[in-house]
Design a protein around this ligand. Sequence first.
Ligand SMILES: Nc1ncnc2c1ncn2[C@@H]1O[C@H](COP(=O)(O)OP(=O)(O)OP(=O)(O)O)[C@@H](O)[C@H]1O
Ligand SMILES: [Mg+2]
Length: 261
Amino acid sequence: MVEGKVTISDLDKVYGTGAERTKAIDNLSHEVPSGEFLSVVGPSGCGKSTLLYLIAGFLDESEGTITVDGDPISGPGTDRGVVFQDYALFPWRTVMGNVTYGLEQKGMNKEEQQTRAQRFIDMMDLDGFEDKYPKELSGGMKQRVSLARTLAYDPKILLMDEPFGALDQPLRELLQEQLLDIWRDLNKTVIFITHDVEEAVYLSERVMVMTRHPGTKKESFEIDLDRSKSREDVIISDEYTDMKNKVWKSLREETNHNREI
Ligand SMILES: Nc1ncnc2c1ncn2[C@@H]1O[C@H](COP(=O)(O)OP(=O)(O)OP(=O)(O)O)[C@@H](O)[C@H]1O
Ligand SMILES: [Mg+2]
């Protein structure tokens, strides 16, 4: 069975009450088909992280529903894996200890944990660093540990909140390529938040643009690029340039709204 479909229906999220009340998400509906790579862009403060944390089950919706393969979500679960911008590694655990964490939670025996963790450590080019602690690693390595930790417990859905935002361009490109390889090989649904339109268009099959605060879906663009081409060829193609301009225009309308009055 194909898995990992996320259906968001009439979603509202309100933080606080009374004078403190803030509506962060306003009546958002969208369906992410199983195995799709979706990016979400929108102005700062429009509710992107809120949306991701609702899907992750870290927050409860105020109105509406989110289902995964038809089942309403009730809290976090190992069917969904979250990768944060600031890595969120356990500083007191080694690389191996971080990657085995979710496997321990699943009750896997020690030997299986090690074998499985090693597979994802190798996949992320971290072999040789198994016994290092997060403070001994560079930002890019920490993000790869975070990805390995999440992938190791085999979630159907990867939820990523600006995961490469803090990295320099060459490293970001390297991790983008690794993420695309993983997505193709492991057939996951990916929901990827970024403020970088080029990153969104390059990686995704679909890009959702959110309105300014309180956020809802403004529009979504299907991205149809020839994925057999190299990065160099993709980024000079007419299709890529055209899609990038369309997404930019849509996003700029939201970001410039206040300046037009
Ligand atoms: N815990 C909270 N309590 C109250 N309001 C919050 C909370 N978290 C977020 N908000 C508000 O909800 C709105 C959406 O915030 P959110 O962090 O989801 O935006 P974002 O699109 O991820 O922004 P950015 O691009 O800057 O990361 C903002 O107005 C923010 O102030
Ligand atoms: Mg955010």
